[in-house]
Design a binder for this molecule. Structure first.
Ligand code: APR
Ligand code: PHB
Length: 389
């Protein structure tokens, strides 16, 4: 088989890239290790920057999103009984959109099916060969047989545990990592959200987040130990702990109910450089991870897709290598800014095991600066809604 671009990984990065390339007449084959159902069972964040919303529209997959999403003009931050709003709209005239990553991925799979592009699920042993030469190819096992696809380029959209990043020789690759000493325990419940905006809560008991998907579907998180297990947390224990971390007036309004999903996620910052090796491009979680404070994971994946799609279109339409040559540099410049924001918001809002009284005072002073200083709020707002591409 031969195609123009092989996309390894059918998460949001690979799917969105495939759709944008299809719009420009560029052919792709997408290889996914799991089934569509498995991919769609993953619950992830649901805050979309305008850049991603626009790309969904450009890709022609925004119809349901535009109908069902919720526009959020700001977000709230609390510390003990204090709470304040950062009004993105008033501060910088921008907003974000609430639409679950699961829904977005669902729409992208439907769109891919409709264009009849080749998608192979449950592939095993994907190998990317000769990515640093002129005639690369990808081999994989499907249905017990080995297959080969010759191609011009490979988009490594296979997430943090994928094969693409590891294809780049260790002598070329440099990795930067920070593991945070805690996790997030999250639940999804069919209850109305406690507030109309998200609430990021700093408390002496640790961080909490009140988020939502729609009028009757809420997503809540509490900071937990790195080694904690979901089995240790009954629904009642979760709700109790959440209430204790929120301002009293909010805790009183919280509607609780059975969880329909409960999971623990570790918090990690990670970047690999470069993001291109010859004809192989890394995109999304394959190249970088952010802690979820600030909801930058999906949005940073989307900015990679933007630069990569632009680079490939320039190559096929104008025979211009410029976008390809500068992909890594351009993508990384924005990635590092999102890493900084996610890291600093994580530091601002969590309890760290080794935090001294001095560290706590510093954290408090920083939250108060954000509460009372409009310039600090504008800076936060610009980063939260997403820096320009
Ligand atoms: N071969 C084929 N597919 C693979 C392989 C492999 N060797 N390894 C992993 N995959 C698939 C995974 O099963 C997954 O469906 O690649 C996909 C990667 O998807 P994501 O992990 O969702 O990564 P990405 O598309 O970059 O999305 C980034 O999603 O993971 C969140 O927090 C992240 O919100 C961010 C966004
Ligand atoms: C979520 O809704 O799951 C969510 C929202 C904002 C974040 C992280 C997760 O910063």
């Amino acid at each position: 088989m031969r195609t123009q671009v092989v996309i390894v990984g059918g998460g949001p990065s690979g799917l969105l890239l495939g759709q944008l390339l299809h719009k420009q007449g560029i052919e792709t084959v997408l290889l996914e290790r799991k089934t569509r159902e498995y991919v769609l069972a993953r619950i992830r964040a649901g805050i979309l920057e305008t850049g991603l919303v626009n790309m969904m529209r450009e890709a022609g997959v925004a119809e349901r999103m535009d109908r069902e999403c919720f526009v959020h003009h700001g977000t709230c931050i609390s510390y003990e009984n204090e709470m304040f709003a950062i009004d993105f709209h008033k501060l910088i005239g921008q907003n974000v959109v609430v639409y679950g990553q699961t829904e977005l991925t669902h729409d992208l799979y439907d769109a891919r099916e409709a264009i009849d592009a080749t998608t192979v699920f449950e592939v095993e042993n994907v190998q990317i060969i000769d990515a640093d030469r002129d005639a690369p190819y990808v081999t994989y096992v499907s249905g017990g047989a080995e297959h080969r696809i010759d191609c011009d380029f490979i988009a490594g959209c296979d997430g943090f545990h994928g094969v693409s990043r590891k294809t780049i020789p260790e002598t070329v690759r440099k990795e930067y990592e920070k593991i945070f000493p805690f996790g997030w325990l999250g639940i999804l419940s069919e209850t109305p959200p406690v507030h109309d905006e998200l609430i990021y809560a700093n408390s002496t008991r640790g961080f909490a987040l009140c988020s939502m998907r729609n009028e009757n579907l809420s997503r809540y998180y509490v900071q937990c130990d790195q080694t904690d297990k979901v089995e240790n947390w009954s629904d009642d224990a979760f709700w109790d702990e959440l209430k204790r971390r929120l301002p009293e007036a909010i805790a009183e309004k919280l509607v609780t109910g059975p969880s329909i999903e409960k999971s623990i996620a570790p918090l990690r910052s990670f970047v690999t450089e470069p993001m291109r090796w010859g004809r192989l491009f890394l995109c999304g979680d394959a190249a970088h991870i952010v802690p979820p404070t600030g909801a930058k994971g999906l949005n940073t994946a989307a900015s990679d897709v933007h630069y990569l799609h632009e680079a490939l279109v320039r190559f096929y339409r104008d025979k211009d290598m410029g976008g390809i040559e500068h992909y890594s540099e351009k993508a990384l410049a924005r990635v590092w800014k999102a890493e900084r924001f996610s890291w600093s918001t994580t530091n601002l809002l969590h309890r760290f095991p080794d935090q001294s009284d001095f560290d706590l005072k510093m954290q408090r002073a920083e939250i108060e600066s954000l509460h009372y200083n409009e310039i600090a709020q504008r800076w936060f707002a610009q980063n939260y809604v997403g820096l320009p591409y």
